[in-house]
Design a binder for this molecule. Structure first.
Ligand SMILES: [Fe+2]
Ligand SMILES: [Fe+2]
Length: 185
């Protein structure tokens, strides 16, 4: 069994009853690899990091980046994956969170790509729908939901590569029109 198959099996077992997270994972992995091919990144590191980037939410969203990098390290070590490559996977996972990539001196190519693939999800109808559902659950006001959605749309200009912007532009335009329409009630 290849390391990629082992990682996939591990992630699937973790997401057993969580359809949403699996859909997000599939989106991020697919788009990361698409970008990775165009930008000539290390596709093995990228695929492993994409699959494992949200693997540990046990202490909540605030710590999930660090926790996922740690759990990825633990899993890959156990599988005998080379330590230099484990460091590359961990760095890419750390970069996927916008507030963290800004603090990293030399984010890797794979990290920047993973960041974009993760944020591109928020610029799709599925990402927007999920954000609305989340906010309704939290009983927030209609105005606050619109404010949150506009914040998500701002990620379009925060993407690291023009290639990412080109790839997600259609979805972004659709979501932007939708959010603008929400204001006209
Ligand atoms: Fe995340
Ligand atoms: Fe994610």
């Amino acid at each position: 069994m290849t390391i990629i198959s082992k990682v996939n099996k591990f992630v699937k077992s973790k997401y057993d009853n969580d359809e949403y997270n699996w859909i997000h994972n599939e989106f991020v992995t697919k788009h990361a690899l698409k970008l990775g091919k165009l930008l000539e990144a290390d596709l093995e590191i990228l695929e492993i990091a994409a699959r494992l980037h949200d693997i540990d939410f046990s202490r909540g969203k605030k710590f999930h980046t660090e926790d996922s990098a740690k759990l990825a390290e633990k899993f890959l070590k156990k599988e005998g994956y080379p330590s230099k490559k484990i460091e590359q996977v961990k760095l890419a996972i750390m970069c996927h969170t916008h507030s963290i990539i800004k603090t990293i001196k030399r984010p890797s190519l794979e990290g920047k790509i993973l960041h974009d693939a993760d944020k591109m999800w928020l610029l799709t109808p599925a990402g927007i729908a999920r954000a609305i559902a989340h906010r309704y659950k939290e009983n927030t006001s209609y105005e606050f939901i619109i404010k949150t959605l506009n914040k998500l749309l701002n990620f379009f200009s925060e993407l690291q590569f023009d290639t990412s912007r080109k790839m997600i532009k259609k979805d972004y335009e659709l979501c932007r029109k939708f959010v603008e329409g929400l204001k006209d009630v």
